[in-house]
Every structure is written in structure tokens, then in C-alpha cells.
Ligand binder design. Structure first.
Ligand code: HPA
Length: 268
């Protein structure tokens, strides 16, 4: 990990306090970063490569207004065969670089029937059904405690700020609970009914490992889902990765506008 931290430090004089992870088809914000240094993932020692279609695979360090940021365009997923520890390697590197606040975006299926395709949802909490946790194994006390608290995994304060910014920009923003599954097959209709019963509003295959690792390190987290499709069994149609990517393209301008206004406002 130290090698990766040193490598990024050598590539840029900036010291980002906010990190941003961009999900499937949502990578456009990386192009809005000023004074940027782009580092392809494969150049950073130990950094997992993003293999999913729609994921760019580069770290962009630069500024949004006055705020120095590190933006990940593309992320590793458990379903690609990476261990949970590998999936969160980048978050830990960002933490060691000094990042105090993490913004995570993802593509998700909408379980809550009040959601619509293309809508943005602030994640208020999660249910981890991935059968994995990045903190399994010996605990590195220099990163955080053995048993980290998760009762405010998604910062209340950051959510307040996000709601205020969305209201100012006239962007509709719902709020809900994200269920993380392993994938890569989409859920069955029965699984979606089960997820709704246990309190999930959204379902996706990412985010939770990173959020756990960020909380472990004491970072504040904000997470935004883009409802790229209604979850299985809700509409009389099949789910495709094409629909997910297409919806990503539909909302990316709104998401870029939102993140540009939001990121400089987050307290660190
Ligand atoms: N299920 C799981 N993950 C997803 C979905 C879905 O419906 N849409 C985008 N990511």
C-alpha cells in the first residue's frame, strides 16, 4: 500500500481531501476535473484493474473549484473475482493520501416502486448480502479499530448538504437503503421481493466494501445511486447491462452538475 501511496504522491503535488468513486457508465465527472493528473490504474503498484464494461480505469487527481479531489473512474467488484481486500485497496490508498470524505456513486436496480429509471437516490444505509467483508483477517490498527461502528455509515451531515445542493439545482433526489449482492447475475423476482421485505429500496453489486473500509478509517461517506433500471420482476421486461449503461448516459449530465456543486461544499 505504501508503494501505491508514494507513487501517487510523486505524480501530483495536490493533496486531495475528498475522494470520489464513479460507477458503471457514470465516469464523466472525471473529465470535469481541473488541473488534472490522470493515472491509469495499471501504473499504480497493487491497484486492481477495472474490467467491467463501462468502467474507465483511471485515477484523476485535480481540483473542483478550490477543493482538491481524487476521482476514481471505474472500480473493482467482488464479482470480477477480486477479494474484498483488493476491492478496497484504492480506498485505503486514498485514505493514506489524506482523503477525509468519500463520495461513492453506483448504478443500482430500483426496488422501491416510487423510484423511476434515471432517478438519483441518496443512500441512507445499507444491507450487506455479499457474503464478504473487507475487514476480515488480521486488523491493521493503524487504519482503524477491529470492530468499527456502522451506525452512521452514510454521514448525516453530508446527506443534509447533498439534499440542499440538489434542491438549489432543482435535481430530484430520493433517499433509500441499498442492498449489496455479489452478482454478477441479476436477481430473480423472488429475490427482489425478499429484498423489499427486509427493507431494501435499491440493489447493486458494489459500494458496500468501499463504504465499510472508509468507515473503518474514519472517513465521512456520501453515496448516490443512479436507478439505471427497475429491479427484476417489476416491469414485464428482461434486465440487460445495455439498459444500465444507457440510463447512465441519460443521467450523466445531471450527475456531473450535481457533483460539481456538491464536492466543494462537503466539509472535511
Ligand atoms: N441489480 C443488481 N445490480 C445492478 C442492477 C440490478 O438490477 N442495476 C444496476 N446494477
Amino acid at each position: 500500500m505504501n508503494e501505491a501511496v508514494e507513487y501517487v504522491r510523486r505524480r501530483t503535488p495536490l493533496r486531495p481531501l475528498i475522494g470520489v468513486i464513479l460507477g458503471s457508465g457514470l465516469g464523466d465527472f472525471a473529465e470535469a476535473i481541473e488541473e488534472r493528473t490522470e493515472i491509469p490504474y495499471y501504473e499504480i503498484p497493487g491497484w486492481p484493474k477495472a474490467t467491467a464494461v463501462g468502467h474507465a480505469g483511471k485515477l484523476v487527481v485535480g481540483r473542483v473549484g478550490v477543493r482538491e479531489v481524487a476521482v476514481m473512474a471505474g472500480r473493482a467488484h467482488l464479482y470480477e473475482g477480486y477479494s474484498a481486500a483488493q476491492v478496497v485497496f484504492p480506498v485505503r490508498v486514498l485514505g493514506q493520501l489524506g482523503v477525509r470524505g468519500l463520495v461513492v456513486t453506483n448504478a443500482a436496480g430500483g426496488i422501491n416502486l416510487s423510484y423511476r429509471r434515471g432517478g438519483l437516490v441518496l443512500i441512507s444505509d445499507h444491507i450487506n448480502l455479499q457474503g464478504a467483508n473487507p475487514l476480515v483477517g488480521p486488523n491493521d490498527e493503524s487504519l482503524g479499530p477491529r470492530f468499527p461502528d456502522m451506525s452512521e455509515a452514510y454521514s448525516r451531515r453530508y446527506r443534509e448538504i447533498a439534499r440542499a445542493v440538489a434542491a438549489e439545482l432543482g435535481i430530484e433526489l430520493s433517499e433509500g437503503v441499498y442492498a449489496a449482492v455479489l452478482g454478477p447475475s441479476y436477481e430473480t423476482p423472488a429475490e427482489i421481493r425478499y429484498l423489499r421485505t427486509i427493507g431494501a429500496d435499491l440493489v447493486g453489486m458494489s459500494t458496500v466494501p468501499e463504504v465499510i473500509a472508509a468507515n473503518h478509517m474514519g472517513m465521512k461517506v456520501l453515496a448516490i445511486s443512479c436507478v439505471t433500471n427497475m429491479a427484476a420482476g417489476i416491469l414485464p421486461q428482461r434486465l440487460t447491462h445495455d439498459e444500465v449503461l444507457q440510463t447512465g448516459r441519460m443521467v450523466r449530465e445531471t450527475l456531473v452538475r450535481f457533483l460539481k456543486a456538491l464536492v466543494p461544499r462537503l466539509e472535511v
